[in-house]
Design a protein around this ligand. Structure first.
Ligand code: NG6
Ligand code: CA
Length: 551
């Protein structure tokens, strides 16, 4: 348990008198003595002027908010080089914290990245961890150790708000009209308010804890894989299609809701249905409620934005805010959400005691199934920055994404080129709150807390595995070398998934960050070395150096 209250002396005294450190500080002191001391001296040097408020904040265990954007690419924010739009709130987060140039999500699609972020396990190890369909049941077994269960055990109030996409319920399909169980509440969250899958997948309803919100029992919700009856309007029907408010380009032509064709079929639950335009407001409202309700306790909040996943249909007040069309407007909406969260922390005087991690679930895509102008109105915007590929791809653009940590008064502002990944958050956040990892837990999650806090000389990952949606395609980066392995490469219709010219590709990211020159033939020894390492990670079932087997 993390004690919720403890009194501590001023920071200048804390540095000299270890025995009277407040709880979090004294625990970290025993875990990482040299780096912690260094970071304290750095913090003292930089933040000495407001050491008193820092001290007040340090008396309590830090709150933690992980903000995960959806389909946000490396080049999509102004702090990462975008010039065609502005993201002042996320830029402020970056300017006041650590901005990573080599921050990654673990996969280039949603479900596997989210699975790994929660469990600390690479998704290729988990059968069925590809993009979850509308009627997916719970992918993460109750009892699995997750970042949420670790925080809960450490005495935190835990919540998830926004896109889930990891399945709900059990059996053949979720019980949409009954209890949606198991779900987040069975793997460590105290509270959830969710978009069950994606905004382009049915059903278009909110789920709060175990129930669909506002469901009228006289209008039951049905979700299925087949057209329920021949009168059910479909987005593929030319007459219906002509009335859509946003046309589809591929897929997304089954049940129509809010003038938009979706993936999958659903009927009923009319009173429970949301409007796409209102989703971001709902996430902010429920998150602010959660923060306010837990302002006197340590809390962990996973803010899982649906922006900028398709269909990109931002609130009317954001429509037209950029010249990039709804894709750009959705980025501005995401930025607004971040600003609402950070200003709530300031209003409640929690900003100096809250670690905010900002990341994405996969790289960018322009046409992901709707004709929303993302291609036509791109101008000079480069969603992946200088990197090759995007969503669905194991080139850098698929997984190297914005990654920011902020904790005013504790994290020294700066840029970091250390390698970190969303799969590292369970082990890192557990270390922050001194929660030991149980045997068998989080097999691929490395404790990167010192790197995330910007501790001078702290080292990031020496290697990193990257995956697209599912295996067997995988990439492994070791230092600056990266191998891409496509055992069953096939062209993927419609997708930005780029098939390499051969079975393997090898790049040196230091010389060739855009992965344009495959040097596999020139460096057969390096290729063999990396492939052997990749094989070893696959076979071992874990890659965390201090991982221990379950009893
Ligand atoms: C694909 C969808 C795409 C998107 C993706 C999941 C089609 C043709 N494409 O199958 O639109 O929903 O799944 O995206 O249906 S993710 O970010 O949640 O992984
Ligand atoms: Ca995504």
């Amino acid at each position: 348990m993390v004690p919720s209250e403890a009194s501590g002396p001023a920071i200048t005294v804390e540095l000299a008198v270890t025995a009277s450190l407040p709880p979090r500080c004294s625990r970290r002191m025993t875990t990482h003595p040299p780096t912690l001391l260094a970071s304290f001296f750095a913090a003292l040097f930089v933040f000495g002027s407001y050491s008193q408020s820092r001290t007040d904040a340090a008396e309590r265990p830090p709150n933690i908010i992980v903000i995960m954007a959806d389909d946000l690419g490396y080049g999509d924010l102004s702090c990462y080089g975008a010039t065609e739009l502005e993201t002042p709130n996320i830029d402020a987060l970056a300017a006041g914290g650590q901005q990573f140039t080599q921050g990654y999500c673990s996969a280039s699609t949603c479900t596997p990245t989210r699975f790994s972020f929660l469990t600390g396990k690479y998704a290729f190890r988990q059968p069925g961890a590809g993009i979850a369909p509308p009627n997916a049941t719970s992918l993460i077994e109750p009892g699995t150790e997750t970042v949420a269960s670790l925080m809960k055990r450490a005495g935190y109030q835990t919540g998830v708000v926004g896109k889930w996409h990891l399945g709900l319920g059990q059996g053949d399909a979720p019980d949409w009209n009954g209890e949606l169980k198991p779900g987040p509440l069975e793997i460590g969250f105290d509270y959830c308010y969710l978009l069950p899958t994606t905004n382009d997948r049915v059903p278009s309803v909110y789920v709060e804890n175990h129930r669909v919100v506002n469901l009228d029992p006289d209008d039951p919700l049905w979700v299925g894989n087949n057209r329920p009856d021949e009168n059910h309007p479909l987005g593929s029907d030319p007459e219906v299609r002509a009335t859509l408010k946003m046309d589809w380009s591929h897929g997304h032509n089954q049940t129509v809701h809010n003038g938009i064709g979706r993936i999958g079929f659903f009927t009923g639950g009319h009173q429970a249905r949301w409007r796409d335009e209102d989703l971001a407001d709902a996430w902010v409202e429920k998150s602010v409620d959660f923060i306010e309700a837990n302002q006197d306790k340590p809390f962990f909040l996973f803010f899982a934005s649906h922006d900028l996943h398709v269909p990109r249909m931002p609130h009317e007040r954001f429509q037209g805010k950029t010249k990039l069309g709804f894709r750009g407007d959705s980025i501005v909406q995401l930025d607004w959400c971040v600003g609402e969260l950070t200003s709530t922390l300031k209003r409640l005087n929690l900003d100096q005691n809250t670690l905010v991690v900002f990341c994405s679930d996969n790289g960018p895509v322009l046409d992901d199934g709707y004709q929303d102008g993302a291609i036509e109105q791109l101008h000079s915007h480069k969603p992946s920055g200088i990197y090759r590929g995007g969503k669905y791809s194991i080139y850098e653009g698929g997984t190297r994404t914005p990654f920011i940590t902020s904790w005013p008064g504790t994290i020294k502002p700066g840029k970091s080129d250390q390698v970190v990944c969303t799969v590292d958050l369970p082990a890192s956040l557990a270390a922050l709150v001194d929660q030991p990892l149980p045997a068998g837990a989080c097999p691929d999650s490395f404790n990167m807390i010192d790197v995330l806090l910007g501790t001078p000389n702290a080292k990031g990952r020496d290697h990193l595995l990257q995956q697209p949606n599912k295996g067997p395609t995988l990439a492994l980066r070791v230092g600056d070398w990266k191998v891409l392995s496509y055992p069953d490469a096939k062209p993927r219709k419609h997708l930005t998934y780029e098939k390499g010219p051969g079975r393997y590709e090898l790049y040196n990211l230091a010389d060739d960050p855009s992965e344009s020159n495959n040097v596999a033939e020139q460096h057969p020894d390096k290729l063999a070395e990396l492939l052997a390492r990749l094989d070893a990670i696959k076979t071992a079932g874990h890659s965390r150096p201090d991982w221990t087997e379950a009893n």
